[in-house]
Unconditional design. Structure first.
Length: 126
């Protein structure tokens, strides 16, 4: 069994981008509801999913995306297992979606591990 997960990016002007990915196994959004920022948002790069933020950013852009739907499918190449996705969501939540719950040393270690935060973009953040 596989699960097609649909997600969305919406900027402050209500411009929307839609994307999807396939997980191996059964997945429901309720499995990660408690790990979402404000019960609604996630940062795709923190969990190994492609960001839908446009390449050319404006003042209306940010990092946050929403999970829109999950449905069972038979076909499609799986990005990762549903279990791994849930674990990554749990870890990102525990660390703080913006690494807010990590000390400076922990943040440096996370970056040294190659875990993309979605927050390191000198052209955008600096």
């Amino acid at each position: 069994m596989k699960t097609l997960v649909e997600y969305m990016y919406r900027d402050a002007s209500n411009y929307k981008e839609f994307g999807s990915f396939v997980l191996e196994g059964d997945f429901t959004i309720s499995a990660v509801q408690d790990f979402l920022s404000d019960g609604e948002f996630f940062i795709p790069e923190r969990v190994g999913v492609k960001s839908l933020v446009p390449a050319e950013k404006t003042a209306d852009d940010h990092y946050l995306h929403t999970l829109e739907a999950a449905s069972r499918v038979d076909a499609g190449s799986s990005m990762m297992s549903a279990g791994l996705f849930v674990e990554r969501m749990k870890r990102a939540s525990a660390e703080g979606w913006f690494y807010g719950n990590l000390s400076r040393a922990e943040r440096q270690a996370a970056l040294a591990e190659g875990r993309v935060t979605g927050l390191v973009n000198p052209d955008w953040d600096g």
